[in-house]
Structures are given as C-alpha cells and as structure tokens.
Design a protein around this ligand. Sequence first.
Ligand code: NI
Length: 134
Amino acid sequence: MFVSIIKEISMGHRLYNSKLSNRQNYALYGKCSNPNGHGHNYVIELTVKGEVDARTGMVLSLDSIKSIFNREITEKFDHKFLNYDLKEFKNTVPTSENIAKLMWEKLENKFSPAELHRILIKESRSSYFEYFGG
Ligand code: NI
C-alpha cells in the first residue's frame, strides 16, 4: 500500500556552480543563476510504502507521517535560502534533483515499519522531479 502526503514549502536558491564562470553558469542555468537568487513555492509529495496493520487498518497514521515531514523537512527547509542556510548546499548546487536527494536522506528510515518510497518535487506547474532512492 502506498500512502502520500502533499505539502507546500517556500525556498529560495541560486543555481550557480562556483567552479564555473558567470557566463558558463548563465549558459547552464539561465536566469536561475541570477546573482541575487529567487524563490519558489515548492510542492512536495512524500510517499511511503508498507503493509496495512490489521489492528489499525492503516499503514501509518497520516498524523505521524505529517509530523515526521514537519520535523525533518518543513523545519529545516521552509523559508530558507538554500545556498546559505543549509550546509549541505555549501558546495552542492540546490537544483530540484539535489533537493530531492537531500530530502530523501533526511527522511529515509524514519517511517518504520513502513518505508520511504518516493519524493516528488514540483518547482512549477509545468515540471516535477521524482526520486526513489538509490
Ligand atoms: Ni529556481
């Protein structure tokens, strides 16, 4: 059984690789490399996978999934400027791909006896990124 929650969080970032010139960064990331950064209202979907507990009729309660998400993701990421506020992005470009991988690391093994199955990140209405670990 797969159970998902959907949350919106706001984060700022600049897509910029310090090993490249400004011109190379612009060629790679376009306006997302603008020096003063920009923000998004990201929609995050979190999916856990597990067996339905015969006693409760649930995999995990939605409240417990939401509270783990709040503790591991919202409190650490919401209203942060990722390049400066999160040490993990000091030397890593905060693309949606890398955000998904970092969120996976924060959430992996937190849903026992269920397990983390998928992180989906929508940065805009026209695209999304999914990570299944590994
Ligand atoms: Ni952006």
